[in-house]
Design a protein around this ligand. Structure first.
Ligand SMILES: [Ca+2]
Ligand SMILES: [Ca+2]
Length: 131
């Protein structure tokens, strides 16, 4: 994601014109939005990646193992949920902390998973890209 940002000087998005507010709800990597984002990073969708640079190599999906498939998107290592991606589309360098709303994380991209309990709202076991 960061490599995409430095190559194109913006964050990947499916929206045209690009969003001007952070996607505070996040994109689930198994949803249409999230899969679209991955397609851009894989250079499968070249409309948003005209230099056709693959920025991401996802683990291939295997039954019962999680990973990435074109139809299912990216599923977590517990083969249950997607990952949630939040992006700093307004460019202020901050993203609202989904664990502690009202506080911010200084980042252009953050990602988290539901963890082994398959529940995004229980944070003690969630994998996250901050802290
Ligand atoms: Ca922001
Ligand atoms: Ca959890």
């Amino acid at each position: 994601m960061k490599a995409y940002q430095s190559e194109y000087n913006r964050l990947p998005t499916l929206k045209d014109p690009p969003p001007t507010k952070d996607n505070t709800g996040g994109y689930d990597t198994t949803s249409e939005q999230g899969r679209g984002l991955i397609d851009i990073l894989l250079a499968t969708d070249v409309s948003q990646n005209p230099r056709q640079i693959p920025f991401y190599e996802p683990p291939a999906g295997k039954k019962g193992r999680g990973g990435y498939t074109t139809t299912g998107g990216l599923v977590d290592i517990w083969d249950s949920e997607g990952y949630i991606i939040l992006l700093d589309y307004n460019g202020d360098g901050q993203i609202t902390n989904p664990e502690h709303p009202g506080t911010n994380i200084e980042a252009s991209v953050i990602v988290y998973s539901a963890g082994p309990d398959h529940d995004f709202s229980t944070w003690n076991d969630n994998l996250k890209t901050w802290d």
